[in-house]
Design a protein around this ligand. Structure first.
Ligand SMILES: NC(=O)c1ccc[n+]([C@@H]2O[C@H](COP(=O)([O-])OP(=O)(O)OC[C@H]3O[C@@H](n4cnc5c(N)ncnc54)[C@H](OP(=O)(O)O)[C@@H]3O)[C@@H](O)[C@H]2O)c1
Length: 243
């Protein structure tokens, strides 16, 4: 028997670097996975095809729209009649110079919070109600080391949004542990991306982490084998940042 046999997961941003590794890891552990994507249609289709229609179901949504987020949740639940695991992985990592025009600055801050915080909060709200009615479930949020140590001037919005996502997830852990709802934060440092990073990573003792290592941790947390660690943040920084 595999670790996630019989579980149904929703992974947001499932066509991205870390998201696709999580989708693969979950499917290999026996889960059925709703892969949410926005513009990564070809990557999403290729992965879904490789895993097969019983293992992976595609739902497209742009988190710029609240209605799009809620429709994603409805379609995810409708696929097999329920969701057991929500992974908040999708994120916008846009650059904005604090000396840019106010309108440009303001637009990036608002879009960052819409995608990185409000969309995740709406999904969490739906998921918590659903999990409580079913006797439990797991929320895993992919935050960042930036939530704890801040970021460069051009990514202040991102650090602030990741701190909000962390606090949202911790609050769920505290509020709903007695209902069987578990919630965890992952705080990666630099994770390998096929296209590289917006700003060059600093000297890293172990180099960039492979996405598969993040995915393996997400699978472990989703398995229910770390129940009393609910509320915890797992730092995956290769010792480049230790709190
Ligand atoms: N890579 C790192 O070094 C690192 C470090 C710390 C934390 N993280 C976090 O890890 C997670 C995954 O990052 P990644 O490196 O795998 O980046 P990624 O490949 O860019 O994945 C992010 C995904 O978010 C989705 N997304 C972006 N804007 C969206 C929107 N408006 N509506 C819906 N979905 C949207 C994209 O979907 P489509 O591709 O389908 O458009 C994309 O695949 C993120 O939460 C990121 O903040 C990454």
């Amino acid at each position: 028997m595999s670790e996630l046999d019989g579980r149904i997961a929703l992974v947001t941003g499932g066509a991205g670097g870390i998201g696709s590794a999580i989708v693969r890891e979950f499917a290999n552990a026996g889960a059925r996975v709703v892969l949410h994507y926005r513009e990564g249609t070809e990557r999403a289709r290729a992965l879904a095809e490789a895993l097969g229609p019983d293992r992976c179901h595609l739902v497209q949504a742009d988190f710029g729209s609240d209605e799009g987020v809620l429709e994603l949740w409805r379609r995810a639940v409708a696929w097999n009649g329920g969701i057991d695991i929500l992974v908040n992985n999708a994120a916008l990592h846009a650059r904005v110079d604090p000396e840019a025009d106010f309108d440009e600055w303001n637009a990036v801050w608002r879009r960052s919070f819409q995608v990185n915080v409000f969309a995740a909060a709406h999904l969490c709200r739906e998921a918590v109600a659903h999990f409580r009615a079913r006797g439990g479930g797991v929320v895993i949020s992919i935050s960042s080391q930036a939530a704890y140590k801040g970021s460069h001037a051009n990514f202040m919005h991102y650090a602030a949004a990741k701190a909000a996502l962390k606090a949202l997830t911790q609050s769920i852990a505290r509020a709903y542990a007695s209902d069987g709802v578990l919630a965890y934060v992952l705080a990666p440092g630099f994770v390998r991306r096929p296209e590289g990073h917006a700003s060059p990573p600093p000297e890293l003792p172990m180099g960039e982490a492979p996405a598969e290592e993040i995915a393996a941790f997400v699978r472990f947390l989703a398995s229910g084998n770390a129940r009393h660690a609910t509320g915890a943040t797992v730092d995956i920084t290769g010792a480049s940042y230790i709190r």
